[in-house]
Design a protein around this ligand. Structure first.
Ligand code: IPD
Ligand code: CA
Length: 283
């Protein structure tokens, strides 16, 4: 899942810089709606996988705006969105969008939530696509990370290049938890192994922002099991293009089973720890 190629083969009418620019415009535009349209009291419109996996009216409104703007700019592209699923296209490009990543933070008014927009080439299947461009717009503070395949990553226009601490014990590590209680029990068990071996843990509540914080050095490492393609497509490219290693466990690519990101040497140590802890299983 989520492979990265510096020089991808593209349809004739497409360039990585143009897709990156459009991804940023889309993420900012939906972010503006999410920011200005937030009522004092956000209500839950429905729930998905569990009673705490919520959807607000703004999740639907933000995705509708993204779909309208994509259709206007590139009518032949496919779209995969968190709330409405897949709509087919003919161009070979798919837009992978999360209208609000960090919906629980949006519900409570905690500042970490974002609009995440990525363009991928290939079939609308994370196992077979390559991420071309992405943008993550943090709604409350307006910070925007972007990346293009082989073209680097930026935060508000400034190029990003990660460094890494000398030891795992010095690393600030972001992670997240799924909505399913069975998975959470397993994630808590893994945390017992990780927490004593690192500087500290952050659970900030938006996977897209977490991956971007690795790119901008505000987290040293990040790992999470259970990410969906829309949570990670843009943020994983941003981290990769800033020099991070983004991977799964046991030689797999980053994806739903496990995503680990950070400086290559410390990622190797964290991967080893997570493999020994069985972090890619819910048992
Ligand atoms: C969630 C957030 C959270 C992560 C969950 C995701 P949502 O996305 O990214 O940080 O831990 O795995 O599902 O539901 O807010 O769009
Ligand atoms: Ca999400």
């Amino acid at each position: 899942m989520h492979s990265f190629i510096d020089d991808p083969r593209l349809p004739d009418d497409v360039t990585v810089p143009a897709l990156r620019e459009l991804a940023e415009r889309l993420a900012r535009s939906a972010g503006e709606l999410v920011r200005t349209g937030r009522p004092d009291q956000v209500v839950v419109a429905s729930t998905k996988s569990t009673a705490t996996d919520v959807v607000t009216r703004m999740d639907a409104d933000s995705e509708a705006l993204l779909r309208r703007e994509i259709a206007a700019a590139r009518p032949d592209d496919a779209i995969l969105g968190e709330e409405e699923g897949t709509s087919a296209g003919t161009s070979g490009i798919t837009w992978v969008v999360d209208p609000i990543d960090g919906t629980v933070n949006y519900l409570y008014g905690v500042a970490s939530y974002a609009v995440s927009v990525a363009a991928v080439v290939g079939p609308p299947d994370p196992a077979r696509w390559t991420v071309l461009a992405g943008a993550v717009h943090s709604v409350v503070d307006g910070r925007t990370w972007t990346a293009g395949a082989g073209a680097g990553a930026t935060l508000d226009g400034a190029p990003l290049r990660i460094g890494e601490p000398d030891e795992l014990a010095q690393c600030l590590v972001g992670t997240g938890f799924g909505y399913d209680p069975v998975r959470r029990r397993a994630q808590a068990r893994v945390l017992v192994e990780v927490l004593p071996r690192v500087r500290d843990i952050r659970r900030l509540g938006s996977a897209a922002i977490d991956l971007c914080l690795v790119a901008s050095g505000e987290l040293d490492l990040y790992y999470e099991r259970g990410l969906n393609p829309w949570d990670m497509a843009a943020g994983a490219l941003v981290a990769h293009e800033a020099g991070a290693r983004v991977t799964g466990l046991r030689g797999a690519e980053a994806g739903h089973d496990m995503t680990v990101a950070g400086g290559p040497a410390r990622v190797a140590e964290l991967v080893d720890l997570l493999e020994r802890a069985g972090a890619d299983s819910d048992a």
